[in-house]
Design a protein around this ligand. Sequence first.
Ligand code: XMP
Length: 314
Amino acid sequence: MKTEMLVDEAIEELQNKINDTAIIACSGGIDSSVAAVLAHRAVGSLLHCVYVDTGFMRKNESFEVAEMFAEMGITLKVVNASKRFFSSLEGVIDPEEKRKIIGEQFIRVFEEEQKICGAKFLVQGTIAPDWIESGGGERDVIKSHHNVGGLPEDVDLDIVEPLREFYKDEVRAIARHLKIKSSERQPFPGPGLAVRVLGDLTESRVEACREACHIVETRIRESALAGKCDLPWQYFAALLPVRSVGVHGDTRVHGETIVVRAVTSIDGMSAKYSPIPHEILASISTEITNALKGQVNRVVYDITHKPPGTIEWE
Ligand code: XMP
């Protein structure tokens, strides 16, 4: 079906479903932005858009998302909830537990916002791979995506998911059609950097991952623009709780490890690792170890396809 018709159909369906105040969590990513723009077109000021800063966002992300919504003429409320996310995750290292806690905290923040605006509906940007990989149908739970896995049973909101049957490439086409600025942005997981920091989620470890992600994103994007490599579908860094011995000048360092991940994919359901040229990887490695002196002294490159790996490390 043509994108234009998909959009019209989705807006009509939203108009039929939403007959009262609705709330949506906007991360700035493609999925939630498309869901928000569709819902805003469908019900206008009945929709309350909320951006939750969990503390696990990328560098400058909160500012850029607020700016994007302002440019689209949609009011966005920014809630800084990082303190509560960090404290609820203290000492938690199991990936599934992290995802469940993040999902639950998200919903709790929402309940508070719901009470403020009196929302009866919760619009979510859930897409097909989210619920398939969260154990939809007969499948095993691979990962509980935070926008489905963490939903407690006692939430008194009607869930509306306009993108539930779509895959990433289709959502991207809709985003382009709607002229959403983040349509070309690479995907970013709902739980953010929390699933890229393996082990303890301390503020300094998350900050290290944020800086490394920024370096990887910037250098790979620049290299692709300069024709030195193809732009991967997704490219980022994760921090591993693996300490190895290194040296900075004359000083012994017992630092942690950054893994660089870059993949090509169509919809995130399967992926091939990207063969990023070695000179680009080498400069990324140097930049990361310089920026994170004393904290990270080793950088490795992930050459695993999906399957058997997943794209994210948690
Ligand atoms: P995996 O790691 O499962 O990721 O191969 C597939 C794609 O989904 C993204 N991802 C998520 N997106 N909530 C999301 O909205 C999540 O909890 C989540 N976990 C992974 C991942 O970045 C990749 O693009």
